[in-house]
Structures are given as structure tokens and as C-alpha cells.
Ligand binder design. Sequence first.
Ligand code: TRP
Length: 331
Amino acid sequence: METVVSGIRSTGNLHLGNYFGAIRNFIKMQYEHNCYFFIADYHSLTTHPTPKDLHNNVKQVMVEYLAAGLDPEAATLYIQSDVSQVCELYLLLNMNAYKGELERCTSFKEKVHKQPDNINAGLLTYPVLMAADIIIHKATKVPVGKDQEQHLEMARTFANRFNRLYKTNYFPQPYAFNFSEDLIKIPGLDGSTKMGKSENEGNAIFLADDPKIIKKKIMRAVTDSGPTKHNQEKPQEIENLFNLMKVVSENETYNYFNEAYNNCSIRYGDMKKQLAEDVIMFTAPLREKILEISNDNEYLRKVAAMGKEKAMENASKTIKEVRKIIGFKSF
Ligand code: TRP
């Protein structure tokens, strides 16, 4: 059994791609490992220092993860800003994090480019806070995508450096959690191969989208002018629609339209109508759950409090030991 930590961005709604990707893995992992999942609200301040509605962003993310199947009894689900021990470790790690290595970080360079008027210290030390998130629980596995590989490497660097500087073996090395097996890739509706990858509005179907919006997005999905030869290969955007159909529709439905494509009788309008109906059916229980949980403040309060308590217990143990290792002592 590994100790797993993952941070969830506090903005952005869940889409079908997340549902079949990261979320599936979280749900599986929570029953197999010692998992800490948290909503990274501190991190969001590095780009949005004065958020319009911080609390509701956090709430929406928590609601959607719960609706998608995160089990707060199995995993420790908490809000980053509820566990102030993370801040203390962040501060301590900052003393041994160097300007040069932080400036070389790809995500920092990207942000410098993107927000030249707000190159704040939080942005520069983003990887230090992320390292603190991870090693505060002495995690060994972190389920993140390729875009977080460098941050994870920095977390290893900081953990290692701590061990070396204070002549200890306290922090283990955190590595990426690899789950290449049976991951269903959900394509985007704009012809791109991955839902959520492009910023294109209409590329993604969100779990909280209402049926009207879902229908509109699917009816507007990119298609070509139709097949002209029997059994011709499908271009990417058509393949995408079929792949989505494979996930949400009955086999017969998929076969019916596939056949129609192969004999050139397909009408994309009909296919999209059917696809919209099936996506709406598939997502209906999730939508209901989101609504239900969203209205249940009592439950949300309980979940947050439970996560906070479990995470704090573990985090304060680490901080106590770290303080001792560095040499803090009470009189
Ligand atoms: N940087 C991660 C992202 O952008 C979020 C994150 C913050 C995180 N702290 C973490 C992920 C700790 C894993 C572990 O998605």
C-alpha cells in the first residue's frame, strides 16, 4: 500500500474526459491505497490573487468530485487551506529552494509570459508549495499528468535536499503514479483528440452542463462533408464522434451508424441527435447527484471537517518531526 497525494485545481468544472480519466483512477486508488486528495485553493491565488468567488469555486469542485464517486470515507478529501501545517512546511522548504532552479521551471516561465504584470513570489515558489503538499504526508505516489512531471521532479529534489542538509532519511521520494492500463480517452468535440485539451468553448461536455447545452454542443461538433467511398477511413473529427458514441451508447446504436458511414448513407445530423440523447442519458445521474450534494450543506460541512481532521493529524505529526530534525526546541 502506497501513500498517494494529489492536488485538484480549485477552478474548472469536471468534463467527461476527466470522468473517464483522472477520476476513474482516483476512485480505484482510494480503495487500494492510503489516499490524500485535496483542493488546491492556495495555489489558485498565484494566478488569481483576488478571486471573485473562492469559496464557491472550491465548493463546486468538491461537489463534482463527490458526485463522480470520490469516497470521503475511503480517501482523505480536504481543502488545502484547511491544513495550515502545509504552510509551515512550505516556509521551511523555501529556505532551501534556490532562485535559479525556480526560475528555470517551465510553468514559471510560461506564467511570466502570460501574466507579466503579476510575477509574484507565490508563482515563483509554486513548486515548493506543491512539494510541501506532497511530502507533508510522506507520499510516495502522485497521480498527475505529463504537465506536472517537472514539478514532481522538483518535489523529489526538495525532499532529497532536506534529507541531505539535515542528515536524515525522513522524506521518501514521490514518484508519478502510472496507470496506462485501460484508460478511456475521450475526444474533444472540435476535432481535437482530447477533451479539455483545447480552450475552445464547445470542445468539452461538462458533467454539470444541462441537457440543452449538451445538445447544442454536440449538434455543433465538427464534421466533414460525409463519406464518398464505401468503407473509407474516418477523418479524426468523425472518428471522435464514433469514439464518444462507443462510450455512451448501446452497441447496436454504434453499429447502426458505423454501417451507415461505411455505405455512405450516414446523416451526421441524425447521428448527433442520437449521440446527444445518449450523452444526456449517461450524464443524468451525475447531474442529479451534483445538484443533490450541492444543496446539502450539512453533508459538505461534514466531509470537509472529516478531511481536515484526518489530514491535519498526519500533517501535524510531520511538522512536529521536521521541527525537531531542524533543531527547533521549546524551553
Ligand atoms: N499543480 C497541480 C495542477 O496544476 C495541482 C497540485 C497542487 C498538485 N499541489 C499538488 C498535484 C500536489 C499533485 C500533488 O494540476
